[in-house]
Design a protein around this ligand. Structure first.
Ligand code: APR
Length: 308
């Protein structure tokens, strides 16, 4: 039987994610947005693309949640994106109300779903989705680490002039300027990055990664969508196809990495049960320190929430 995936928010990120999933052709996709006619129009366009690209026209667009009944995965991208000069945290109050309301509507009809949160500020919005859904921690997970890692990997690939396919990188921590690119776990074709580039070159790539989202906001006037949409779709794949991928995702920690009661980016095993395991990575003392600083920054944003 085909899987069912609901994507809430038919804007840049939501539509990209939906289109990526439609192309995979293993799931019926329901695209929900508050703007009348908007998700219906996008669904129609995606279905017609299926006739060219070779996937079934099963995307449905809706302004209410009836069609989302019994979804396996709910992807939440509803909310405001950043504009130049804004940090992700500046979105907290606006997006908290939006994420809370869409979570409530969606989980009422899909009690067993896994929720993948994409709306920013990501770590805080995961707290909102968990609090409102009352789902166990394994079924509320955030998309950030795959995107931040993809940015780091792309920069490394360009710097070294090697295929990005041979770069294995890892970015942990909160999805903010205090994220933690884990250089000790980053390799190219199995060779540690530290053997291929000087400390100062690595530091430059790390810095560009940390502000990678902002770099795009400054160019486009709004936040990125191709890489975020693709990253969210990769998480949906891992869940729907029970791939048990080890991917950097935002998971609720209960003591892992010395952090309790907080969503943070860590490597997890992602499968049909959602977060099936938090994978423990050996960090250097410096990386541990950075992770603690990142946790403190996330806690500050979470403390602003009405619901957490
Ligand atoms: N219910 C459903 N959809 C909503 C609601 C709501 N209550 N409120 C807003 N939306 C929709 C908007 O109508 C819009 O179509 O969410 C969509 C968001 O799309 P964009 O404005 O294009 O934003 P996008 O770039 O997709 O980013 C969405 O993901 O990466 C994060 O920071 C980003 O928080 C932002 C989110």
């Amino acid at each position: 039987m085909r899987k069912k995936v609901t994507v809430i928010g038919a804007g840049n990120v939501g539509a990209t994610c939906a289109q990526e999933l439609a192309r995979r052709d293993y799931a019926d996709v329901v695209l929900v947005d508050i703007i009348p006619n908007f998700p219906q129009g996008k669904a129609l366009d995606m279905n017609q693309a299926g006739a060219v690209l070779g996937y079934e026209p099963t995307v449905v667009g809706a302004n209410d949640y009836d069609a989302t009944d019994g979804s396996d995965v709910i992807v939440i991208t509803a909310g405001k994106p950043r504009s130049p000069g804004m940090s992700r945290d500046d979105l907290v109050t606006t997006n908290e109300a939006i994420v809370a309301s869409v979570t409530k509507e969606a989980v009422r009809r899909s009690r067993e779903a896994v929720i993948v949160v994409v709306s920013n500020p990501l770590d805080a919005m995961c707290h909102v989705a968990k609090a409102v859904s009352r789902f166990p921690r394994n079924r509320v997970v955030g998309m950030a680490g795959i995107l931040d890692t993809a940015r780091f990997a792309a920069f490394i690939s360009q710097e070294l002039d090697v295929s990005v396919k041979d770069v294995t990188a890892m970015v942990l921590g909160g999805h903010g300027d205090q994220m933690v690119p884990v250089v000790s776990a980053t390799t190219v074709g199995g060779v540690p990055l530290s053997e291929l580039l000087s400390r100062s070159r690595i530091a430059k790539l790390v810095e560009r990664t940390k502000f990678g989202g902002g770099e795009i906001v400054n160019l486009l006037g709004t936040s990125a969508w191709y890489a975020p949409g693709a990253a969210a779709a990769q998480m949906v794949d891992a869940i729907c196809l029970d791939e048990k991928r080890v991917l950097p995702c935002t998971a609720y920690l209960e003591g892992e990495y010395g952090i309790t009661g907080l969503y943070m980016g860590v490597p997890v095993k992602l499968g049909a049960g959602g977060v099936e395991e938090v994978v423990r990575l050996k960090l250097t003392p410096e990386e541990k320190k950075m992770l603690r600083a990142s946790a403190a920054a996330v806690r500050e944003v979470v403390s602003i929430l009405k619901r957490s």
